[in-house]
Design a protein around this ligand. Structure first.
Ligand code: TMP
Length: 221
């Protein structure tokens, strides 16, 4: 399936940010709120969101830090993304669904580009050769100081620690990457102060999304 096969009736919203910024909580809260308004909603994530992509996710988020170099990571994230789009996102969008995605291409620019130093134009070329020019209508960047985020996640258990274990300088570059990307297109990107209470952040996120849905004349009152 290619982009032109997908109907334009769906809405693709992405949530981005560094480790521990609370975006997964916000994705769930937004999904619940829109479902309660009787909208068709899919909440999904990257890397992952489809059976094949979830297998690639395990390769990326587990194991030793030096398991992959930055370019190999770029290729693996892009392969996972294509599998996710083909199997989950594009079919849902063709049915008019609002797709809320926890991370997307901006994470590749931030982590592999700014974090690992892979040339941004090379990353964009790999992306467009694999995915085309499909892009979110709206992207939230959840921003907070890296040290505060790491205090939050210090107690996190589990095996998905490969990126978390990269050093603070890496994560500072990632944060800067998201902010630079956001400043390039202020209409599409909404930078959210993620240091606040989850409930307050949710109200901001929901009001921005409802504003866009209203503009699209989706019948939402
Ligand atoms: P998560 O913990 O938010 O589910 O994301 C898994 C990790 O994958 C996270 O540390 C960021 C990383 N990642 C990249 O490095 N590049 C990407 O393109 C994506 C989507 C995620």
């Amino acid at each position: 399936m290619e982009l032109m096969d997908t109907a334009s009736s769906g809405l693709f919203i992405t949530l981005e940010g560094g480790e521990g910024c609370g975006k997964s909580t916000q994705a769930s809260l937004l999904g619940e709120a829109l479902t309660n308004l009787n909208m068709k909603v899919v909440v999904t994530r990257e890397p992952g969101g489809a059976p094949g992509a979830e297998i690639i996710r395990k390769l990326l988020v587990e194991g030793e830090l030096d398991r992959w170099d930055g370019l190999t990571e770029t290729l693996l994230h892009t392969a996972a993304r294509r599998n996710h789009l083909v199997n989950t996102v594009w079919p849902a969008m063709s049915l008019g669904t609002v797709v809320i995605c926890d991370r997307f291409f901006d994470s590749t620019l931030a982590y592999q580009g700014y974090g690992h130093g892979i040339d941004l134009d090379k990353i964009r070329a790999i992306h467009s050769a694999s995915i085309g020019n499909f892009a979110p209508a709206l992207t939230f960047i959840f921003d907070m100081p890296v040290e505060t985020a790491f205090q939050r996640i210090n107690s996190r258990a589990g095996t998905e620690l490969r990126y978390e274990n990269m050093n603070l300088e890496f994560h500072e570059r990632v944060r800067q990457g998201f902010l630079d990307t956001a400043s390039s297109k202020p209409n599409r990107y909404k930078v959210i102060n993620a240091s606040r209470e989850a409930s307050a952040i949710h109200l901001d996120v929901l009001s921005i999304v409802l504003g866009i849905l209203k503009n699209q004349e989706r019948g939402y009152e």
